[in-house]
Design a binder for this molecule. Sequence first.
Ligand code: HEM
Length: 529
Amino acid sequence: MESLMVEIAKTIWWILVIGVLGLGIRVYGKVMAEQWRVRRKLTMQGVKGPPPSLFGGNVPEMQKIQSQTKHYSGDNIIAHDYTSSLFPYLDHWRKQYGRVYTYSTGVKQHLYMNHPELVKELNQANTLNLGKVSYVTKRLKSILGRGVITSNGPHWAHQRRIIAPEFFLDKVKVMVGLVVESAMPMLSKWEEQVKRGEGETACDVRVDEDLRAVSADVISRACFGSSFAKGKEIFSKLRCLQKAITHNNILFSLNGFTDVLFGTKKHGNGKIEELEKHVESLIWETVKERERECVGDNKKDLMQLILEGAMSSCDGSLEDKTQSYKNFVVDNCKSIYFAGHETSAVAVSWCLMLLALNPSWQTRIRDEVFRFCKNGIPDADSLSNLKTVTMVIQETLRLYPPAAFVSREALADTKLGSLVVPKGVCIWTLIPTLHRDPEIWGADANEFKPERFSEGVSKACKHPQSFVPFGLGTRLCLGKNFGMMELKVLVSLIVSRFSFTLSPTYQHSPVFRMLVEPQHGVVIRVLRQ
Ligand code: HEM
């Protein structure tokens, strides 16, 4: 009797296993058939690409190419097109299939799109049908939530309308003095460091963390008011989150079911959840503190705009309202903290690295700053005269754009010029490759030549819409004016006070952690005048 029961239990177990497997294979088969259909729609229009394997699409090939990639070990840092080390499979297929091709990551079909004409079409496409890539935004949820950077459709449009006015040019001009104030402690610290080593001819300064602290201070004060006491902790937790998330390949690993099937799903989610909760509660405490402080106050900074926007966009039961109010506020604060401070800090780090290799441009900047700015300190009026500083920053953003991709997902079949991008396809424009394309920038595309921008972007290259460090189209960076102003002020202040070369301890190793940043930091050797 007992053995009969065991037999029955075993049979049920096997039926269950076979049932689940059968269902899994059916679902997967359906998804694969859809991918095949989408791929066919693209190939019928002449878009080629590497043939996908039955399971995992082109991911096995991507992993193979990545594992064979050697780390950079050359001398010519500027000429180093790091996309060939960071995303070698994209570079590999580009050489094989050209500037537009398609590939698959199992359950997703992708379109690599680095042709200037198509980038222009993407820029001009005024449609809600092109959203952010859903599987990537899911992976970034803990750091960006469903705020303005990651959401799509009417929810995105509503958030963008609320936040945009804070970054209009007239508002940005008022913030110049604030950036100067935030930078002063860092400049004094470096001056102190240089003084302390008296008797020596030079002093090494690692710039990255100090620049992060400055831009964190700038964004806290500019956007969230002086009540920002918890700021430091929020930034440091966000940085931990950024590192934890990018420990896995957030862009092109296998997706969902295939991740489980191939055992490529990595661990660390517990830590991410813990950090996410911590950041959320820190932001929420700050909001509550702010609400207590500002009773009857008419402060109109970004935090206030977000709070009012959250209030007007919540409906449903009282419980639903409270939760969606909280999500709206926390997600948008997180997005601005991240977007507003990491990007600028990384851009200034790369700029100092390039200037360290090009001391003659330091001299030109120094002359310009002392010519137009009283005591070498820029203000809203003198900033517009700093043409050399602007050129150097544009050249930095061309060679080392902090954001590596413009990415979109077609939420419906979408026409870009003569190409119809089928629903579900993810579009990837690799910014640094576009910025180093000799057909767009000329034979000297890999050289540091700020003078190419002397008559503006339109004269610097053949297709001006291919200069996209701040992205493009309807999703163009909201903080573009603010970011440019901040970079100009910081670079002017630093270069007018210090002359520097690259320290021999500097290790050139760009790494992708949501942004392309110097893995081992930038160390400059400050020279005594
Ligand atoms: C050097 C500095 C910066 C760079 C290189 C940069 C770059 C970018 C890029 C490439 C995008 C994506 C655009 C697209 O998908 O087409 C973006 C979006 C965004 N950036 Fe920036 N950014 C910078 C500074 C800032 C600052 C200072 C802020 C705010 C204080 C900011 C706020 C945003 C926001 C809110 C979005 C999302 C816009 C949307 O999806 O509607 N950024 N940025």
